[in-house]
Design a protein around this ligand. Structure first.
Ligand SMILES: *Cc1c(COP(=O)(O)O)cnc(C)c1O
Length: 386
């Protein structure tokens, strides 16, 4: 059998941890009940699993269990947060602030709202990928109803100053939403300490199953109002109808539990792998680091390469390492990444970028092989161009 490439695309998705799968299995066949069935043991068993997972996820972000609304993932959570707030606070104002480097699952709902007449300000970022807090303060207006800034970027791994943003928003009485799909169980998150009102989460970036995520919705000080985007049986406090999916939810809870237990140690280990990779690659001619050097996810390294064709670069890497250029969702398009472009890199550099995403199962040997292959590929492509 052909050997598969080294997987370094952990920002796109991660494998389900065997312990997560083990926790999920009984909920397919044995505890298969509908958690909303209150009149018999089948329902109670399923509900018990859901309850435990909900508590785990709430605890991970210092929220209470009732504030966790299960969704199909972070895309749906972002849509519910942004459109839900827009619809509920429409009469108070129609201005929303977000950032140029957000995930499409934030940018597209915002664009949709613009088509309905809402006004959206897309904050720029500096060369390091961070927003400027003074600019944010100046951008907030009387009619601003929501600020949405991601916790960790999915392409360049940059960590925005979430606690400072929360402070500013709370002071000005504006709701604060953060897309924390990449941040959960990678960096500490605390909805109280960071003054977060809404937070999008997903399981498949942290060794849980795909198709499950959640939106944290603050219940007090302030109590966030939200217009549901999916109506029906009234599950999830009426915010998100539809029969709950206990195997996925239980897997999500288990993934969070495992992720938190190893967060510090893994963060340290992955940072070392990342720094070692950068130390080697930075010795090459025309290789640039994208995003802040230290204020970034432990397992993220994103570089741009001068003097090579972006497609040729990814094709050259493909047989040995599974990486992507830009995000998985937009990597099918040949347009340069909107995130790298926002850093002020020219089109050529934005096109020839590589995102290395290391994770729990990435070994030192794999990183060494990946670096060696990346170096040879870059050097031979650069030589061919001259
Ligand atoms: C992966 C990701 C999403 C989308 O999450 P899904 O659960 O796949 O819908 C949204 N935002 C960010 C930052 C992501 O990394």
């Amino acid at each position: 059998m052909m050997q598969r490439p080294i997987y370094l695309d952990c920002h796109a998705t991660t494998p389900v941890d065997p312990q997560v799968l083990e926790a999920m299995l009984p909920y397919f066949t044995e505890h298969f009940g509908n958690p909303s069935s209150v009149s018999h043991a089948y329902g109670w068993e399923a509900e018990a699993g859901v309850k435990q997972a909900r508590e785990m996820i709430a605890q991970a972000i210092n929220a209470s269990p009732e504030e966790i609304i299960f969704t199909s993932g972070a895309t749906e959570a972002n849509n519910l947060a942004i459109k839900g707030v827009a619809e509920a606070y429409f009469s108070q104002g129609q201005h929303i602030i977000t950032v140029a480097t957000e995930h499409r699952a934030v940018l597209d709902p915002c664009q949709y709202l613009e088509s309905l007449g809402f006004e959206v300000t897309y904050l720029p970022v500096g060369e390091d990928g961070l927003i400027d807090l003074e600019t944010l303060k100046e951008t907030i207006r009387e009619d601003t109803i929501l600020v949405s800034v991601m916790a960790a970027n999915n392409e360049i791994g940059v960590l925005q100053p979430i606690a400072d943003i929360g402070e500013i928003c709370r002071e000005r009485g504006v709701l604060f939403h953060t897309d924390a799909a990449q941040a959960l169980a990678k960096i500490p998150l605390d909805v109280e300490g960071m003054k977060i009102d809404l937070m999008s989460l997903t399981a498949h970036k942290l060794y849980g199953p795909k198709g499950i995520g959640a939106l944290y919705v603050r219940r007090r000080q302030p109590k966030v109002r939200l217009a549901s985007q999916i109506q029906g049986g009234g599950q999830e406090r009426n915010f998100r109808s539809g029969t709950l999916y206990p195997p996925q939810i239980v897997g999500f809870g288990k993934a969070v539990e495992l992720g938190l237990a190893e967060m510090d140690a893994e963060g340290e280990r992955q940072s070392k792998l990342r720094d070692r990779a950068w130390e080697e690659l930075s010795q090459l001619e025309g290789v640039y680091l994208n995003g802040h050097p230290t204020q970034r996810l432990p397992g993220n390294l994103n570089i741009s390469v001068a003097g090579v064709d972006g497609t040729a670069l990814i094709l050259g890497l493909q047989p040995v390492i599974a990486v992507s250029s830009g995000s998985a969702c937009s990597s099918q398009s040949t347009a340069p990444s909107h995130v790298i472009t926002a850093l002020g890199r020219g089109k050529a550099l934005a096109n020839a970028s590589i995102r290395f995403g290391m994770g729990r199962f990435t070994t030192e040997e794999e990183i060494d092989s990946a670096i060696a292959h990346t170096k040879t590929t870059i050097e031979s492509l650069q030589k061919a161009k001259v």
